[in-house]
Design a protein around this ligand. Sequence first.
Ligand code: ZN
Length: 573
Amino acid sequence: MKRLVQRVIFLALSLGLVGLFSGCGENEAPARNPALEQAASPLTLVTNARIYTFDAGGTLIENGALAFDGSGKITAIGDSGPMLSQFPGARRVDFGGKTILPGLIDAHGHLYGLALSFTRANLTGTRDKDEVLARLRDFARDLPAGEWLLGRGWDQNDWPEQVFPDRADLDEAFPDRPVWLRRIDGHAAWANSLAIAEADRDFSGGWQPEGGFVHRDGRGEPTGIFIDRAMDFIEPFVPATSPALIESSMDLATQTLLSLGLTGVHDPGVDRNVIRLYQKKITAGALPVRVYAMADGMNETTEWLCVNGPLNDPSGRLVMRSVKLYADGALGSRGAALLEHYSDDPGNRGLMFVSAGEMESALRRVFGCGLQAGVHAIGDAANRQVLDAYQKILPDFPDNPGRHRVEHAQILGPDDLARFAALDVIAAMQPTHATSDMYWAGERLGEDRLDGAYAWQSLLGSGARLAFGSDFPVEEVNPMLGIHAAVSRQDLEGWPSGGWLPEQRLTRAEAVRAFTLDAAYAGFMEHEVGSLETGKRADFIVLDRDVMEIPAAEIPEVRVIETWVDGERVYVR
Ligand SMILES: [Zn+2]
Protein backbone atom coordinates (compact mmCIF):
# COMPACT_ATOMS: atom_id res chain seq x y z
CA MET A 1 0.00 0.00 0.00
CA LYS A 2 2.74 2.44 0.97
CA ARG A 3 4.44 1.66 -2.28
CA LEU A 4 1.18 2.37 -4.12
CA VAL A 5 0.93 5.78 -2.49
CA GLN A 6 4.51 6.43 -3.51
CA ARG A 7 3.63 5.39 -7.01
CA VAL A 8 0.78 7.91 -7.07
CA ILE A 9 3.11 10.65 -5.86
CA PHE A 10 5.73 9.70 -8.39
CA LEU A 11 3.09 9.81 -11.11
CA ALA A 12 2.03 13.26 -9.91
CA LEU A 13 5.58 14.54 -10.07
CA SER A 14 6.21 13.05 -13.47
CA LEU A 15 3.04 14.73 -14.72
CA GLY A 16 4.38 18.02 -13.44
CA LEU A 17 1.59 18.37 -10.92
CA VAL A 18 3.69 20.23 -8.42
CA GLY A 19 0.68 22.34 -7.47
CA LEU A 20 -0.61 19.36 -5.53
CA PHE A 21 2.29 19.47 -3.12
CA SER A 22 3.01 23.17 -2.93
CA GLY A 23 1.24 26.50 -2.98
CA CYS A 24 -2.25 25.59 -4.02
CA GLY A 25 -3.13 23.97 -0.71
CA GLU A 26 -3.54 27.47 0.75
CA ASN A 27 -6.01 28.44 -1.95
CA GLU A 28 -8.11 25.43 -1.14
CA ALA A 29 -8.48 26.14 2.58
CA PRO A 30 -12.18 26.54 3.39
CA ALA A 31 -13.25 30.11 3.99
CA ARG A 32 -14.35 30.43 7.61
CA ASN A 33 -16.42 33.54 7.04
CA PRO A 34 -17.13 34.01 3.35
CA ALA A 35 -18.87 37.37 3.86
CA LEU A 36 -15.87 38.84 5.66
CA GLU A 37 -13.43 37.38 3.15
CA GLN A 38 -15.39 38.85 0.32
CA ALA A 39 -15.35 42.30 1.87
CA ALA A 40 -11.65 42.06 2.62
CA SER A 41 -10.46 40.63 -0.69
CA PRO A 42 -9.82 43.17 -3.41
CA LEU A 43 -11.08 43.02 -6.92
CA THR A 44 -8.77 41.04 -9.16
CA LEU A 45 -8.06 42.40 -12.63
CA VAL A 46 -6.60 40.06 -15.21
CA THR A 47 -5.16 42.10 -18.10
CA ASN A 48 -3.32 41.86 -21.37
CA ALA A 49 -4.85 38.61 -22.59
CA ARG A 50 -6.47 37.36 -25.79
CA ILE A 51 -9.84 36.51 -24.29
CA TYR A 52 -12.20 34.21 -26.15
CA THR A 53 -15.40 34.75 -24.19
CA PHE A 54 -17.58 32.11 -25.87
CA ASP A 55 -20.55 34.37 -25.26
CA ALA A 56 -23.43 34.30 -27.73
CA GLY A 57 -21.54 36.55 -30.14
CA GLY A 58 -18.35 34.51 -30.03
CA THR A 59 -16.40 37.58 -28.95
CA LEU A 60 -12.59 37.78 -29.08
CA ILE A 61 -11.10 40.63 -27.04
CA GLU A 62 -7.58 41.05 -28.42
CA ASN A 63 -6.09 42.95 -25.49
CA GLY A 64 -8.67 41.92 -22.97
CA ALA A 65 -9.21 42.26 -19.26
CA LEU A 66 -11.38 40.41 -16.82
CA ALA A 67 -12.38 41.66 -13.36
CA PHE A 68 -13.78 39.49 -10.61
CA ASP A 69 -14.62 40.02 -6.97
CA GLY A 70 -13.84 38.06 -3.82
CA SER A 71 -16.80 35.78 -4.38
CA GLY A 72 -15.27 34.65 -7.66
CA LYS A 73 -17.92 36.28 -9.86
CA ILE A 74 -16.98 38.22 -12.97
CA THR A 75 -17.85 41.90 -12.48
CA ALA A 76 -16.57 43.29 -15.77
CA ILE A 77 -14.94 42.21 -19.01
CA GLY A 78 -13.53 44.38 -21.77
CA ASP A 79 -10.41 46.06 -23.18
CA SER A 80 -7.37 46.29 -20.91
CA GLY A 81 -6.87 50.07 -21.25
CA PRO A 82 -10.27 51.28 -20.06
CA MET A 83 -10.50 48.51 -17.47
CA LEU A 84 -7.16 49.56 -15.93
CA SER A 85 -8.46 53.10 -15.39
CA GLN A 86 -11.83 51.83 -14.22
CA PHE A 87 -10.34 49.63 -11.48
CA PRO A 88 -7.18 51.44 -10.28
CA GLY A 89 -7.11 49.65 -6.90
CA ALA A 90 -7.54 46.13 -8.19
CA ARG A 91 -5.00 43.38 -7.67
CA ARG A 92 -3.49 42.96 -11.12
CA VAL A 93 -2.39 39.90 -13.03
CA ASP A 94 -0.77 40.61 -16.41
CA PHE A 95 -0.81 37.66 -18.80
CA GLY A 96 1.51 39.15 -21.41
CA GLY A 97 -0.74 38.51 -24.39
CA LYS A 98 -1.49 34.88 -23.60
CA THR A 99 -4.79 33.25 -24.61
CA ILE A 100 -7.66 32.84 -22.17
CA LEU A 101 -10.63 30.53 -22.63
CA PRO A 102 -13.49 29.67 -20.32
CA GLY A 103 -12.59 26.67 -18.15
CA LEU A 104 -13.20 23.52 -20.17
CA ILE A 105 -15.87 21.05 -19.06
CA ASP A 106 -15.70 17.35 -19.81
CA ALA A 107 -19.36 16.33 -20.18
CA HIS A 108 -18.57 12.64 -19.78
CA GLY A 109 -15.49 11.87 -17.73
CA HIS A 110 -15.27 9.32 -14.96
CA LEU A 111 -13.53 11.34 -12.27
CA TYR A 112 -13.96 8.67 -9.64
CA GLY A 113 -12.90 6.09 -12.23
CA LEU A 114 -9.79 8.15 -12.92
CA ALA A 115 -8.96 8.18 -9.22
CA LEU A 116 -9.45 4.41 -9.11
CA SER A 117 -7.31 4.00 -12.21
CA PHE A 118 -4.38 5.46 -10.28
CA THR A 119 -4.72 2.51 -7.90
CA ARG A 120 -4.47 -0.10 -10.68
CA ALA A 121 -1.95 -1.27 -13.25
CA ASN A 122 -2.29 0.95 -16.29
CA LEU A 123 -2.35 -1.17 -19.47
CA THR A 124 -3.40 1.63 -21.82
CA GLY A 125 -1.36 1.81 -25.00
CA THR A 126 0.27 -1.61 -24.64
CA ARG A 127 1.43 -2.82 -28.05
CA ASP A 128 1.40 -6.55 -27.36
CA LYS A 129 0.79 -9.10 -24.62
CA ASP A 130 4.45 -9.08 -23.60
CA GLU A 131 4.18 -5.42 -22.74
CA VAL A 132 1.03 -6.11 -20.73
CA LEU A 133 2.83 -8.82 -18.76
CA ALA A 134 5.86 -6.61 -18.22
CA ARG A 135 3.72 -3.79 -16.81
CA LEU A 136 1.80 -6.25 -14.64
CA ARG A 137 4.99 -7.78 -13.25
CA ASP A 138 6.24 -4.32 -12.44
CA PHE A 139 3.00 -3.33 -10.71
CA ALA A 140 2.74 -6.64 -8.82
CA ARG A 141 6.28 -6.50 -7.46
CA ASP A 142 5.19 -4.78 -4.25
CA LEU A 143 1.75 -6.31 -3.84
CA PRO A 144 1.38 -8.53 -0.78
CA ALA A 145 1.34 -12.26 -1.52
CA GLY A 146 -2.01 -13.54 -2.73
CA GLU A 147 -3.50 -10.04 -3.17
CA TRP A 148 -5.54 -9.44 -6.31
CA LEU A 149 -3.66 -7.92 -9.21
CA LEU A 150 -6.00 -5.40 -10.84
CA GLY A 151 -5.47 -3.54 -14.05
CA ARG A 152 -7.26 -1.81 -16.86
CA GLY A 153 -6.78 -0.35 -20.30
CA TRP A 154 -5.78 -3.29 -22.53
CA ASP A 155 -7.07 -3.36 -26.10
CA GLN A 156 -6.46 -6.42 -28.24
CA ASN A 157 -7.10 -4.33 -31.35
CA ASP A 158 -3.74 -2.65 -30.71
CA TRP A 159 -1.86 -5.97 -30.67
CA PRO A 160 -0.41 -7.77 -33.70
CA GLU A 161 -2.77 -10.78 -33.46
CA GLN A 162 -5.91 -8.68 -32.75
CA VAL A 163 -7.66 -11.52 -30.93
CA PHE A 164 -8.81 -11.76 -27.32
CA PRO A 165 -6.12 -13.02 -24.93
CA ASP A 166 -6.89 -15.90 -22.54
CA ARG A 167 -6.23 -16.98 -19.00
CA ALA A 168 -3.25 -19.12 -19.91
CA ASP A 169 -1.32 -15.93 -20.73
CA LEU A 170 -1.82 -14.78 -17.15
CA ASP A 171 -1.62 -18.14 -15.37
CA GLU A 172 1.96 -18.67 -16.34
CA ALA A 173 3.10 -15.30 -15.00
CA PHE A 174 0.76 -15.14 -11.99
CA PRO A 175 -0.01 -18.66 -10.77
CA ASP A 176 -0.60 -17.64 -7.15
CA ARG A 177 -2.74 -14.50 -7.15
CA PRO A 178 -6.06 -13.63 -8.83
CA VAL A 179 -5.68 -11.32 -11.83
CA TRP A 180 -8.59 -9.22 -13.15
CA LEU A 181 -7.97 -6.82 -16.01
CA ARG A 182 -10.61 -4.52 -17.48
CA ARG A 183 -10.52 -3.82 -21.18
CA ILE A 184 -10.00 -0.21 -22.34
CA ASP A 185 -13.76 0.33 -22.80
CA GLY A 186 -14.69 -1.24 -19.45
CA HIS A 187 -17.04 -3.64 -21.26
CA ALA A 188 -14.86 -6.74 -21.06
CA ALA A 189 -12.45 -8.22 -18.56
CA TRP A 190 -9.62 -10.71 -18.74
CA ALA A 191 -9.17 -13.07 -15.80
CA ASN A 192 -6.65 -15.70 -14.81
CA SER A 193 -7.72 -19.10 -13.47
CA LEU A 194 -7.53 -18.06 -9.82
CA ALA A 195 -9.85 -15.12 -10.43
CA ILE A 196 -12.30 -17.37 -12.29
CA ALA A 197 -12.20 -19.82 -9.37
CA GLU A 198 -13.17 -16.98 -7.01
CA ALA A 199 -16.45 -16.65 -8.89
CA ASP A 200 -17.83 -19.63 -6.98
CA ARG A 201 -19.79 -20.59 -10.06
CA ASP A 202 -19.90 -23.61 -12.33
CA PHE A 203 -19.17 -22.32 -15.81
CA SER A 204 -19.51 -25.72 -17.51
CA GLY A 205 -22.17 -26.16 -20.16
CA GLY A 206 -23.08 -23.78 -22.95
CA TRP A 207 -25.23 -21.33 -20.97
CA GLN A 208 -24.83 -17.58 -21.28
CA PRO A 209 -26.05 -14.77 -19.01
CA GLU A 210 -28.50 -12.17 -20.29
CA GLY A 211 -26.68 -9.04 -21.47
CA GLY A 212 -23.29 -10.72 -21.26
CA PHE A 213 -21.05 -13.35 -22.77
CA VAL A 214 -18.62 -15.87 -21.32
CA HIS A 215 -15.99 -16.81 -23.90
CA ARG A 216 -15.42 -20.57 -23.83
CA ASP A 217 -12.85 -22.87 -25.39
CA GLY A 218 -13.49 -26.09 -27.31
CA ARG A 219 -14.07 -27.99 -24.05
CA GLY A 220 -16.63 -25.49 -22.81
CA GLU A 221 -14.24 -23.99 -20.21
CA PRO A 222 -14.12 -20.20 -19.84
CA THR A 223 -11.15 -18.75 -21.69
CA GLY A 224 -10.85 -15.89 -19.23
CA ILE A 225 -12.71 -13.25 -21.26
CA PHE A 226 -15.96 -12.00 -19.78
CA ILE A 227 -18.11 -9.51 -21.71
CA ASP A 228 -20.47 -6.95 -20.12
CA ARG A 229 -22.87 -8.58 -17.64
CA ALA A 230 -20.72 -11.72 -17.52
CA MET A 231 -18.18 -9.63 -15.60
CA ASP A 232 -20.69 -9.56 -12.73
CA PHE A 233 -19.75 -13.16 -11.89
CA ILE A 234 -16.31 -12.08 -10.75
CA GLU A 235 -16.49 -8.34 -10.05
CA PRO A 236 -18.25 -8.74 -6.64
CA PHE A 237 -15.32 -10.83 -5.38
CA VAL A 238 -12.73 -8.17 -6.17
CA PRO A 239 -11.71 -6.74 -2.78
CA ALA A 240 -12.32 -3.06 -2.17
CA THR A 241 -9.43 -0.61 -2.49
CA SER A 242 -8.48 1.08 0.78
CA PRO A 243 -10.25 4.43 1.41
CA ALA A 244 -6.98 6.23 2.14
CA LEU A 245 -5.54 5.24 -1.21
CA ILE A 246 -8.72 6.27 -3.01
CA GLU A 247 -8.69 9.67 -1.31
CA SER A 248 -5.11 10.44 -2.23
CA SER A 249 -5.78 9.20 -5.75
CA MET A 250 -8.78 11.55 -5.97
CA ASP A 251 -6.52 14.53 -5.23
CA LEU A 252 -4.21 13.38 -7.97
CA ALA A 253 -7.19 12.99 -10.34
CA THR A 254 -8.56 16.51 -9.73
CA GLN A 255 -5.08 18.00 -10.10
CA THR A 256 -4.71 16.11 -13.36
CA LEU A 257 -7.91 17.75 -14.63
CA LEU A 258 -6.80 21.24 -13.62
CA SER A 259 -3.39 20.76 -15.22
CA LEU A 260 -5.15 20.02 -18.51
CA GLY A 261 -7.58 22.94 -18.37
CA LEU A 262 -10.67 21.18 -17.08
CA THR A 263 -12.57 23.13 -14.44
CA GLY A 264 -15.67 20.95 -14.61
CA VAL A 265 -16.61 17.36 -15.25
CA HIS A 266 -19.81 15.35 -15.58
CA ASP A 267 -19.12 12.11 -13.75
CA PRO A 268 -21.54 9.47 -15.08
CA GLY A 269 -22.74 6.52 -13.04
CA VAL A 270 -21.65 7.30 -9.50
CA ASP A 271 -23.17 5.95 -6.30
CA ARG A 272 -23.65 7.43 -2.86
CA ASN A 273 -20.23 6.39 -1.63
CA VAL A 274 -18.66 8.49 -4.34
CA ILE A 275 -20.93 11.42 -3.45
CA ARG A 276 -19.81 11.10 0.17
CA LEU A 277 -16.20 11.23 -0.98
CA TYR A 278 -16.87 14.41 -2.99
CA GLN A 279 -18.66 15.97 -0.02
CA LYS A 280 -15.78 15.08 2.25
CA LYS A 281 -13.36 16.73 -0.17
CA ILE A 282 -15.55 19.86 -0.31
CA THR A 283 -15.59 20.10 3.48
CA ALA A 284 -11.79 19.85 3.46
CA GLY A 285 -11.60 22.54 0.77
CA ALA A 286 -10.06 19.96 -1.55
CA LEU A 287 -12.45 19.66 -4.49
CA PRO A 288 -10.99 22.24 -6.89
CA VAL A 289 -13.21 21.25 -9.88
CA ARG A 290 -16.98 21.37 -10.42
CA VAL A 291 -18.53 17.93 -10.46
CA TYR A 292 -21.87 17.28 -12.11
CA ALA A 293 -22.58 13.79 -10.83
CA MET A 294 -24.90 11.43 -12.69
CA ALA A 295 -26.31 8.77 -10.40
CA ASP A 296 -25.85 5.14 -11.29
CA GLY A 297 -29.31 4.08 -12.44
CA MET A 298 -28.52 0.43 -11.70
CA ASN A 299 -28.42 0.75 -7.90
CA GLU A 300 -30.24 2.39 -5.00
CA THR A 301 -28.60 5.80 -5.55
CA THR A 302 -31.39 6.77 -7.95
CA GLU A 303 -34.02 5.91 -5.36
CA TRP A 304 -32.15 7.98 -2.81
CA LEU A 305 -32.03 10.90 -5.25
CA CYS A 306 -35.75 10.51 -5.91
CA VAL A 307 -36.57 10.65 -2.22
CA ASN A 308 -34.19 13.48 -1.32
CA GLY A 309 -34.42 15.55 -4.47
CA PRO A 310 -31.58 17.03 -6.53
CA LEU A 311 -28.32 17.66 -4.72
CA ASN A 312 -26.89 21.17 -5.12
CA ASP A 313 -23.97 21.78 -2.80
CA PRO A 314 -23.72 25.44 -1.71
CA SER A 315 -20.02 25.41 -2.66
CA GLY A 316 -21.05 25.23 -6.31
CA ARG A 317 -18.69 22.28 -6.67
CA LEU A 318 -21.18 19.41 -6.64
CA VAL A 319 -24.55 18.97 -8.33
CA MET A 320 -26.49 15.74 -8.79
CA ARG A 321 -29.82 15.80 -10.61
CA SER A 322 -29.19 13.27 -13.34
CA VAL A 323 -29.32 9.49 -13.72
CA LYS A 324 -27.11 7.38 -15.94
CA LEU A 325 -28.70 4.35 -17.59
CA TYR A 326 -27.40 1.81 -20.09
CA ALA A 327 -28.92 0.61 -23.36
CA ASP A 328 -26.00 -1.44 -24.70
CA GLY A 329 -22.28 -2.19 -24.55
CA ALA A 330 -19.37 -0.94 -26.66
CA LEU A 331 -18.31 -1.33 -30.27
CA GLY A 332 -14.75 -2.58 -29.62
CA SER A 333 -15.96 -5.71 -27.80
CA ARG A 334 -18.97 -6.07 -30.18
CA GLY A 335 -21.33 -5.31 -27.32
CA ALA A 336 -22.90 -2.31 -29.08
CA ALA A 337 -26.45 -3.21 -30.17
CA LEU A 338 -26.87 -2.88 -33.94
CA LEU A 339 -29.99 -2.99 -36.11
CA GLU A 340 -28.18 -5.33 -38.52
CA HIS A 341 -25.41 -7.78 -37.77
CA TYR A 342 -21.77 -6.81 -37.43
CA SER A 343 -20.14 -6.69 -40.84
CA ASP A 344 -17.17 -8.65 -39.49
CA ASP A 345 -19.22 -11.08 -37.37
CA PRO A 346 -22.31 -12.33 -39.23
CA GLY A 347 -25.16 -13.32 -36.93
CA ASN A 348 -24.00 -11.04 -34.12
CA ARG A 349 -25.98 -7.85 -33.51
CA GLY A 350 -24.42 -7.05 -30.16
CA LEU A 351 -26.13 -6.86 -26.81
CA MET A 352 -29.21 -4.87 -25.91
CA PHE A 353 -29.13 -4.53 -22.12
CA VAL A 354 -32.86 -4.16 -21.48
CA SER A 355 -36.16 -4.55 -23.33
CA ALA A 356 -38.01 -1.50 -24.66
CA GLY A 357 -40.53 -1.86 -21.84
CA GLU A 358 -37.80 -1.98 -19.20
CA MET A 359 -36.14 1.12 -20.66
CA GLU A 360 -39.46 2.97 -20.59
CA SER A 361 -40.20 2.09 -17.00
CA ALA A 362 -36.69 3.04 -15.89
CA LEU A 363 -37.08 6.40 -17.62
CA ARG A 364 -40.56 6.94 -16.16
CA ARG A 365 -39.07 6.61 -12.71
CA VAL A 366 -36.33 9.12 -13.52
CA PHE A 367 -38.68 11.63 -15.18
CA GLY A 368 -41.27 11.27 -12.42
CA CYS A 369 -38.65 12.34 -9.89
CA GLY A 370 -37.90 15.48 -11.90
CA LEU A 371 -34.46 14.24 -12.87
CA GLN A 372 -32.46 14.30 -16.08
CA ALA A 373 -31.69 11.04 -17.87
CA GLY A 374 -28.42 10.24 -19.63
CA VAL A 375 -28.56 6.90 -21.37
CA HIS A 376 -25.47 5.15 -22.68
CA ALA A 377 -26.23 4.13 -26.28
CA ILE A 378 -23.56 3.28 -28.83
CA GLY A 379 -25.11 1.05 -31.52
CA ASP A 380 -27.87 2.26 -33.84
CA ALA A 381 -30.37 -0.19 -32.29
CA ALA A 382 -29.61 1.08 -28.79
CA ASN A 383 -29.89 4.71 -29.87
CA ARG A 384 -33.23 3.98 -31.51
CA GLN A 385 -34.51 2.29 -28.36
CA VAL A 386 -33.63 5.34 -26.27
CA LEU A 387 -35.06 7.85 -28.75
CA ASP A 388 -38.25 5.79 -29.06
CA ALA A 389 -38.61 5.74 -25.29
CA TYR A 390 -38.00 9.50 -24.99
CA GLN A 391 -40.51 10.21 -27.75
CA LYS A 392 -43.15 7.97 -26.25
CA ILE A 393 -43.04 8.97 -22.61
CA LEU A 394 -41.69 12.55 -22.45
CA PRO A 395 -45.18 14.02 -23.16
CA ASP A 396 -46.36 12.36 -19.94
CA PHE A 397 -43.96 14.48 -17.88
CA PRO A 398 -44.54 18.13 -18.82
CA ASP A 399 -43.05 19.34 -15.49
CA ASN A 400 -39.75 17.52 -15.93
CA PRO A 401 -37.04 20.12 -16.72
CA GLY A 402 -35.85 18.09 -19.73
CA ARG A 403 -32.38 18.31 -21.30
CA HIS A 404 -32.22 14.54 -21.50
CA ARG A 405 -29.13 13.08 -23.03
CA VAL A 406 -27.76 10.17 -24.97
CA GLU A 407 -24.27 9.30 -23.81
CA HIS A 408 -21.97 8.47 -26.77
CA ALA A 409 -24.64 8.38 -29.56
CA GLN A 410 -21.95 6.84 -31.74
CA ILE A 411 -23.83 5.05 -34.50
CA LEU A 412 -27.15 6.50 -35.63
CA GLY A 413 -29.56 5.16 -38.18
CA PRO A 414 -30.25 7.68 -40.95
CA ASP A 415 -33.83 8.20 -39.75
CA ASP A 416 -32.79 8.74 -36.16
CA LEU A 417 -30.24 11.49 -36.58
CA ALA A 418 -32.75 14.34 -36.83
CA ARG A 419 -34.69 13.05 -33.83
CA PHE A 420 -32.14 14.49 -31.38
CA ALA A 421 -33.05 18.04 -32.36
CA ALA A 422 -36.75 17.22 -32.73
CA LEU A 423 -36.92 15.73 -29.22
CA ASP A 424 -34.50 18.29 -27.75
CA VAL A 425 -32.13 15.51 -26.71
CA ILE A 426 -28.47 16.36 -26.10
CA ALA A 427 -25.86 14.23 -27.85
CA ALA A 428 -23.14 13.79 -25.22
CA MET A 429 -20.29 12.62 -27.45
CA GLN A 430 -16.55 12.06 -27.19
CA PRO A 431 -14.47 13.14 -30.21
CA THR A 432 -11.50 10.93 -29.37
CA HIS A 433 -13.72 7.85 -29.55
CA ALA A 434 -13.91 8.50 -33.30
CA THR A 435 -10.17 8.75 -33.74
CA SER A 436 -9.60 5.70 -31.53
CA ASP A 437 -12.18 3.59 -33.35
CA MET A 438 -11.61 4.76 -36.94
CA TYR A 439 -9.01 2.06 -37.64
CA TRP A 440 -11.55 -0.76 -37.30
CA ALA A 441 -15.02 0.85 -37.15
CA GLY A 442 -15.41 0.35 -40.89
CA GLU A 443 -14.82 -3.39 -40.54
CA ARG A 444 -17.39 -3.66 -37.75
CA LEU A 445 -20.00 -1.51 -39.48
CA GLY A 446 -19.43 -1.65 -43.23
CA GLU A 447 -19.43 1.44 -45.44
CA ASP A 448 -23.18 2.19 -45.36
CA ARG A 449 -23.50 2.59 -41.63
CA LEU A 450 -20.55 4.98 -41.43
CA ASP A 451 -22.82 7.82 -42.60
CA GLY A 452 -24.33 7.94 -39.13
CA ALA A 453 -21.12 7.17 -37.23
CA TYR A 454 -19.67 9.83 -34.89
CA ALA A 455 -21.78 12.26 -36.94
CA TRP A 456 -21.07 15.52 -35.11
CA GLN A 457 -21.56 17.89 -38.02
CA SER A 458 -24.76 16.17 -39.15
CA LEU A 459 -26.15 16.43 -35.62
CA LEU A 460 -25.18 20.10 -35.32
CA GLY A 461 -26.61 20.77 -38.77
CA SER A 462 -29.91 19.20 -37.73
CA GLY A 463 -30.12 21.62 -34.81
CA ALA A 464 -29.00 19.23 -32.07
CA ARG A 465 -26.78 20.30 -29.22
CA LEU A 466 -23.45 18.55 -28.64
CA ALA A 467 -21.86 18.22 -25.21
CA PHE A 468 -18.31 16.95 -25.61
CA GLY A 469 -16.17 14.92 -23.29
CA SER A 470 -13.51 12.26 -23.34
CA ASP A 471 -14.90 9.29 -21.38
CA PHE A 472 -11.65 9.27 -19.40
CA PRO A 473 -10.08 7.03 -18.19
CA VAL A 474 -11.27 5.08 -21.26
CA GLU A 475 -9.58 7.81 -23.31
CA GLU A 476 -6.96 10.30 -22.22
CA VAL A 477 -8.08 13.19 -20.03
CA ASN A 478 -6.54 15.99 -22.12
CA PRO A 479 -9.40 17.96 -23.76
CA MET A 480 -6.98 19.37 -26.35
CA LEU A 481 -6.92 15.87 -27.83
CA GLY A 482 -10.72 16.03 -28.09
CA ILE A 483 -10.64 19.45 -29.76
CA HIS A 484 -7.97 18.18 -32.15
CA ALA A 485 -10.00 15.07 -33.00
CA ALA A 486 -13.14 17.15 -33.49
CA VAL A 487 -11.59 19.57 -35.97
CA SER A 488 -9.31 17.14 -37.81
CA ARG A 489 -10.76 13.60 -37.49
CA GLN A 490 -7.11 12.55 -37.60
CA ASP A 491 -4.80 10.79 -35.18
CA LEU A 492 -1.71 12.42 -33.75
CA GLU A 493 0.31 11.30 -36.78
CA GLY A 494 -2.09 13.13 -39.09
CA TRP A 495 -3.70 9.91 -40.35
CA PRO A 496 -5.76 9.70 -42.46
CA SER A 497 -4.79 12.62 -44.61
CA GLY A 498 -7.78 14.93 -44.91
CA GLY A 499 -9.49 13.24 -41.95
CA TRP A 500 -11.72 10.21 -41.47
CA LEU A 501 -15.25 10.93 -42.79
CA PRO A 502 -14.09 14.56 -43.05
CA GLU A 503 -17.55 16.04 -43.67
CA GLN A 504 -18.20 15.47 -39.96
CA ARG A 505 -15.34 17.75 -38.85
CA LEU A 506 -16.22 20.75 -36.71
CA THR A 507 -14.85 24.27 -36.72
CA ARG A 508 -12.59 25.29 -33.85
CA ALA A 509 -15.41 27.38 -32.32
CA GLU A 510 -17.95 24.54 -32.62
CA ALA A 511 -15.59 22.11 -30.91
CA VAL A 512 -14.68 24.43 -28.04
CA ARG A 513 -18.31 25.43 -27.54
CA ALA A 514 -19.18 21.75 -27.03
CA PHE A 515 -16.47 21.61 -24.34
CA THR A 516 -17.67 24.83 -22.65
CA LEU A 517 -21.09 26.47 -22.95
CA ASP A 518 -22.97 23.47 -24.33
CA ALA A 519 -21.38 21.11 -21.81
CA ALA A 520 -22.49 23.59 -19.14
CA TYR A 521 -26.00 23.55 -20.63
CA ALA A 522 -26.09 19.76 -20.46
CA GLY A 523 -25.51 20.16 -16.71
CA PHE A 524 -27.98 23.05 -16.22
CA MET A 525 -25.03 25.34 -15.45
CA GLU A 526 -24.99 27.67 -18.46
CA HIS A 527 -25.94 30.67 -16.30
CA GLU A 528 -22.98 30.02 -14.01
CA VAL A 529 -20.14 28.82 -16.22
CA GLY A 530 -19.26 27.90 -19.81
CA SER A 531 -18.53 31.43 -21.05
CA LEU A 532 -16.78 34.50 -19.70
CA GLU A 533 -19.50 37.08 -19.06
CA THR A 534 -20.44 39.48 -16.30
CA GLY A 535 -22.18 37.69 -13.45
CA LYS A 536 -20.71 34.29 -14.22
CA ARG A 537 -18.10 32.50 -12.20
CA ALA A 538 -14.48 33.29 -12.99
CA ASP A 539 -13.53 29.81 -14.22
CA PHE A 540 -10.90 30.24 -16.90
CA ILE A 541 -7.68 28.84 -18.29
CA VAL A 542 -4.55 30.49 -19.64
CA LEU A 543 -2.90 28.77 -22.61
CA ASP A 544 0.65 28.95 -23.94
CA ARG A 545 -0.63 29.52 -27.47
CA ASP A 546 -3.81 30.47 -29.27
CA VAL A 547 -5.71 27.21 -29.72
CA MET A 548 -8.20 29.00 -32.00
CA GLU A 549 -5.54 30.14 -34.49
CA ILE A 550 -2.68 27.63 -34.62
CA PRO A 551 -2.60 24.84 -37.23
CA ALA A 552 -4.82 21.94 -36.17
CA ALA A 553 -1.86 19.57 -35.95
CA GLU A 554 -0.42 21.70 -33.12
CA ILE A 555 -3.54 21.62 -30.93
CA PRO A 556 -2.41 18.52 -28.99
CA GLU A 557 0.73 20.47 -28.02
CA VAL A 558 -1.18 23.31 -26.37
CA ARG A 559 -0.22 23.55 -22.70
CA VAL A 560 -2.27 25.02 -19.89
CA ILE A 561 -0.23 27.59 -17.98
CA GLU A 562 -2.78 28.47 -15.30
CA THR A 563 -6.23 27.33 -14.27
CA TRP A 564 -8.60 29.48 -12.21
CA VAL A 565 -11.81 28.35 -10.54
CA ASP A 566 -14.16 30.78 -8.76
CA GLY A 567 -11.52 33.47 -9.21
CA GLU A 568 -8.83 31.44 -7.47
CA ARG A 569 -5.66 30.26 -9.13
CA VAL A 570 -5.83 26.50 -8.54
CA TYR A 571 -3.13 25.34 -10.93
CA VAL A 572 0.12 26.87 -12.16
CA ARG A 573 2.33 25.05 -14.60
ZN1 ZN B 1 -18.39 6.45 -19.81
